[in-house]
Design a protein around this ligand. Structure first.
Ligand code: R5P
Length: 292
């Protein structure tokens, strides 16, 4: 097996290769003066099982193009199989036509990836499971809860409550609360499809004097978690820790979360950042060992 470190996931690829006892392939990379990207595989991969690890967080379009070029080239150079690990799948939130005439971006991106030469795809906590069917090749969304749970297992769970900031995160929050042996609750959220503005109505759990873990699949502008945190703290909670798989943290998201009173921000390294304290490398290594 040979592992290709995509430019958006070099550290994660290195860690995964170490866990698997494999070497990383060397890829020469440069940009032409007009901004176009160039890749060259320096190793012979003909007949090999190749794993490309490339996330597609911001800048999404650049990272997607790098993904297409790496996968396509691996196949073109005679790889026996190409497994793609795309830790964060861009465009997944536009998984349907919410308003007439909109692009169904998730389907378009998944179909293009499926046609680029991959034999199978792994991702984490995909926004909606039905997107997996659009790849046209076997595609799996892995749960990050095992590594999140491991990370939190030192926490004092006596006064802990796990809360979902919207309906979409209910299952995540419920599963984590079961793993930790704590209570759980959820918040009703409404997002204006045109302005993107988030408003919330109620939280169904008693958060008074609790340490609350708010868990979501992703934090982008921070609007969802900020509104949830403010509501929870105004309802008497002691502390709010925000945890998510994909930390996009665009613009002044960090400031927004801090101003809302979030005490700690924790993410996984599906998208690298200073808050990516939880590694998904063991989950990738395990999936690859089982799947190849
Ligand atoms: C939405 O359904 C997602 O699960 C997240 O709640 C949302 O994408 C987070 O975005 P933001 O941080 O911009 O509110």
């Amino acid at each position: 097996m040979r592992i290709v470190p995509g430019p958006a996931s070099t550290e994660l690829a290195r860690e995964t290769a170490d866990l698997l006892g494999e070497e990383l392939l060397t890829i020469e990379t440069k940009r032409f003066p007009d901004g176009e990207v160039y890749f060259r595989f320096l190793d012979d991969i003909s007949g090999e099982n190749v794993v490309v690890i490339q996330s597609t967080g911001p800048p999404q379009d650049n990272n997607l193009l790098a993904l297409f070029l790496l996968v396509h080239t691996a196949k073109d150079l005679g790889a026996n199989s190409v497994t793609l690990v795309v830790p964060y799948m861009a465009y997944a939130r536009q998984d349907q036509r919410f308003r007439p005439g909109e692009a169904v971006s998730a389907r378009c991106v998944a179909e293009l990836i499926g046609k680029s030469g991959v034999d199978r795809v792994y991702t984490f906590e995909i926004h909606k499971e039905h997107i997996l069917g659009y790849f046209g090749v076997p595609a799996y969304s892995l749960s990050t809860l095992p590594v999140i749970h491991r990370f939190l297992s030192d926490m004092d769970t006596k006064n802990l409550l796990v809360v979902a900031p919207d309906r979409g995160a209910k299952s995540l929050a419920q599963q984590l609360s079961q793993m930790l042996g704590t209570g759980f609750g959820w918040i009703e959220k409404f997002r204006d499809r045109v302005t993107g503005e988030v408003s919330i109505s109620t939280c169904n759990a008693d958060v008074k004097d609790k340490n609350v873990v708010v868990i979501d699949d992703m934090i982008s502008t921070g609007g969802t978690i900020a509104k949830a945190a403010r509501h929870i703290l105004d309802s008497g909670a002691e502390k709010v820790v925000a945890i998510c798989t994909h930390l996009l943290l665009v613009g002044d998201a960090e400031k927004r979360l801090r101003e809302a009173g979030v005490n700690e921000i924790i993410g996984t390294n599906t998208i690298p950042s200073k808050f990516a304290k939880i590694s998904v490398a063991p989950l990738i290594a395990e999936a690859i060992k089982d799947g190849l």
